[in-house]
Design a protein around this ligand. Sequence first.
Ligand SMILES: [Zn+2]
Length: 218
Amino acid sequence: MLLKIGNKEVNCKIKYKKTRHAYLKLNPNYCLEITLPENNSVSAETILKEKQNWLKRKVGELGKSVKLFEEDSVYYKGEKYGVNIVRDKNSGIKIFDNSIEIYKFGKRKTENILLEFLADETLEYVSVKAEEFSSIFGLYPKSVSIKNLRSFGHCKRDGRIFFNSKLICLPIPLIDYVVAHELVHLKHFNHSKDFKLGVEKILPNYRELEKELKKYHW
Ligand SMILES: [Zn+2]
């Protein structure tokens, strides 16, 4: 089923689940997942009608969303850079005003060189930031590391925290928000009111940042 929302085409996929309520999820590729109760108590038409304003808003937001990592361009600290490949016997990366140049020789994949660069930069930044927040707010993780995650960050119950290895693509205030968010999970392993108060203590404007972060995806 294809829906037209504004000037965008949204592809719908219907799933049935053991649930009492129907719900919608809009993915970044404009694919709408419609989950319906197995017992057919709610139809796709009903939920789409009920949620039409939500859907319009979400499609609009997606139009403004930012894809951080693409084949020929990448975001670094919130700025977009084109990626140029330069053949050179010494491999490396240099950042210019609008572009990132990757020097390479031989078969090493450009994407891997870029990913390694982003991972190194991410680890360096989040380690320093986590230490800074830890010493001020007394939230000490067991370890801070980077991982190939789908989410921005992740906190384990044993106190280890992980960050997406491409986190450095985001604007700095948003990286700081992700660091604060995961650190506060060391104290509150949920998104309760106390958790939010904890994040607010570190970043008083966290609500804005949280909203802003929703614009970005990989
Ligand atoms: Zn969380």
